[in-house]
Ligand binder design. Structure first.
Ligand code: CO8
Length: 261
């Protein structure tokens, strides 16, 4: 694997690519150089046919404590507008393959938004989420106001955005922001995310990609359009060898072997 300055990339299990944010001194504050590396690594893993799913994590103390405030502090409107600041900070939402966020410690501001850009979030009991931008005289800029509304509704999103208060792993789980809280212990949440990613990677990758596309369509389309889109993807999968294999294996009471085509 390539050496990066702000992230680590590894392959902890068959079919799994793990990206670890690695700016411990700044609690993984998100900067443009960090995103440049994150985008490059994610794109490379997305293209790699031996990889079926990705995991994104930080440290025990912080998934990411937000965008780098020191980097943003002196920027002017013209700087951020002309340079389209944040535009390439959301590229991971365009990945074909599923990406799971494994969150321990602070996931604040852009850190919370980065987790929300992932397809699944697993949290350690130590996870602390929040959109504290209001305390800096701004608002979330990486999709927080929009993605949180989908996840937890208007009233809670409004409270979090306007008060800047943090919310716990327990709240995140009960509101459905995270799919579950994993039991405590160093590295446990990453281990669990890697296991989940390996399980996803063991399925037909064509079907996984279609499943991800169909679920994401629910964010963009009306119900009628989304249902039609899902049905067409379902129909389309009957053109794959994996559909023939999966259904034949069931009928023949044997385990299926996917060839991802
Ligand atoms: N930016 C830059 N540096 C940071 C950040 C940050 N967001 N967070 C922490 N650091 C640095 C601190 O400055 C400190 O550095 P130094 O040792 O050089 O002083 C080091 O990390 C350790 O932090 P603390 O000493 O503050 O650690 P504490 O345990 O006392 O506190 C907190 C931890 C509560 C997390 C605290 O650091 C904090 O409040 N951080 C800022 C949280 C915040 O406001 N985040 C929102 C930032 S704005 C934003 O994210 C806009 C989103 C834009 C879209 C992004 C799309 C992906």
């Amino acid at each position: 694997n390539k050496e990066y300055e702000h992230i680590l990339v590894s392959r902890p299990a068959e079919g799994v690519g793990l990206i670890t944010l690695n700016r411990p001194k700044a609690l993984n504050a998100l900067s443009s150089p960090l995103f440049k590396e994150l985008n490059e690594a994610a794109e490379e893993l997305d293209k790699d046919e031996s990889i079926g799913a990705l995991v994104l994590t930080g440290s025990e103390r912080a998934f990411a404590a937000g965008a780098d405030i020191k980097e943003m502090k002196d920027k002017t409107f013209v700087d951020v507008y002309r340079n389209r600041f944040l535009e390439d900070w959301t590229k991971i939402t365009a990945l074909r393959k599923p990406i799971i966020a494994a969150v321990s410690g602070y996931a604040l501001g852009g850190g919370c938004e980065l987790a929300l850009m992932c397809d699944i979030i697993l949290a350690s009991p130590t996870a602390v989420f929040g959109q504290p931008e209001i305390n800096l005289g701004v608002i979330p800029g990486g999709g927080g106001t929009q993605r949180l509304v989908h996840a937890i509704g208007k009233s809670r999103t409004m409270e979090l955005t306007l008060t800047g208060r943090n919310f716990s792993a327990v709240e995140a789980e009960s509101w459905g922001v995270v799919s579950r809280v994993v039991s405590e212990g160093e590295g446990k949440v990453v281990e669990e995310a890697v296991k989940m990613a390996a399980l996803i990677a063991s399925k037909s990758q064509v079907a996984v990609q279609a499943g991800k596309e169909a679920v994401n369509a629910a964010y963009e389309m009306t119900l009628a359009e989304g249902l039609r889109f899902e049905r067409r993807l379902f129909h389309g999968l009957f053109a794959t060898q994996d559909q023939k294999e999966g259904m034949s294996a069931f009928a023949e009471k044997r385990k299926s072997t996917w060839n991802h085509s």
